[in-house]
Design a protein around this ligand. Structure first.
Ligand code: ARG
Length: 294
């Protein structure tokens, strides 16, 4: 595995909270304020440069999400926003976290590649051991790599590539189930699949090929199926904090399903981020390990 050159600029990108200071049981989340968020390019079907982001609304929506997560007991660390990197707000794509390790993303699109060194610096400042994949191994972090129980599920084809998922699984010594994503609207795994605990996950089946659907059905006993209307409200892009499931607003059917299982849905409007193809989960990275989330 090629090790990168050390990141040259020592300026820390994250608030200087050492992760060791957090209680082991604390839910720990990385976010990035949306100062420079906007639609400056188009790399997924949601993005349209003509559909501009309302900046003030984006800031209000982001702060509301942060406050909800805070109120659920999550400790939030921040990446410093950077001009010219409008998608840096989507910290789910920084890396895949596993214990003290962070497997850094290698973005497929050049427009996002500049984010890598900022995420690298932030994660290092926070005390993580940052691992890098070789050149050409596209991998978009927790956007495409989610644990359900002990098994790692990986989305590939649109952003990450299958061989990256194998390499990541090897780095963390876990079994990986690669799932081909076939609908460009659901270009990251976290847009169509959300593990809630070892037995339960939210999904939108049509985003997967026949084989992927079969594997998920055979492996996860309780799959909550989204209808298309809620899938395109990014209902699967949820942040799970204990029994709470935080999503974009506009997912009433999912809320019913969650409540019937004793879970607590919380919704908050994230329409400005949907314009970029992201929602609650994309705006967060679970630093205490993707596997801790479910
Ligand atoms: N505009 C961003 C992109 O296309 C959105 C990323 C959403 N992140 C996610 N984890 N699904 O890359």
């Amino acid at each position: 595995m090629s090790q990168p050159d050390p990141v040259p600029d020592p300026v820390p990108d994250a608030e200087n909270h050492d992760v060791e200071n957090h209680d082991a049981s604390t839910v720990h989340i990385l976010m990035c304020p949306p100062q420079y968020f906007g639609i400056e390019y188009e790399i997924n079907p949601w993005m349209n440069r003509e559909r501009e982001v309302d900046h003030d609304v984006a800031i209000t929506q982001w702060e509301a999400l942060r406050d909800i997560l805070n109120s659920l007991g999550a400790a939030i660390d921040l990446v410093d926003p950077q001009p010219g990197l409008p998608d840096l707000v989507f910290t789910a794509n920084a890396a895949m976290m596993f214990e003290r390790r962070a497997v850094l993303s290698r973005f497929r699109h050049s427009q996002r590649q500049g984010e890598e060194r900022h995420f690298h610096a932030s994660l290092e400042t926070l005390g993580f051991d940052v691992l890098e994949l070789p050149d050409g191994f596209f991998f978009e972090g927790a956007g495409d790599a989610l644990f359900c129980g002990k098994t790692l599920y990986g989305g590939y084809r649109i952003r990450s590539v299958a061989r990256s998922l194998q390499a990541v699984a090897k780095l963390v010594d876990r079994e990986v189930i690669p799932l081909e994503l076939i609908d460009s609207r659901f270009y990251h795994l976290d847009t169509c699949f959300c593990p809630i605990n070892a037995e339960t996950a939210i999904w939108f089946p049509d985003a997967f090929d026949e084989y992927g659907q079969q594997v998920l059905r055979s492996r996860i006993p309780d799959l909550i199926t989204l209808n298309e209307v809620e899938a395109i409200e990014f209902a699967a892009n949820a942040v799970v904090v204990g029994q709470h499931v935080v999503t974009n607003s506009g997912c009433p059917q999912l809320a019913l399903e969650l409540r019937s299982r004793g879970l607590e849905p919380i919704d908050t409007p994230l329409s400005e981020f949907v314009k970029a193809g992201g929602s609650a989960k994309c705006l967060t990275l679970r630093l205490d390990g993707e596997d801790a989330a479910a």
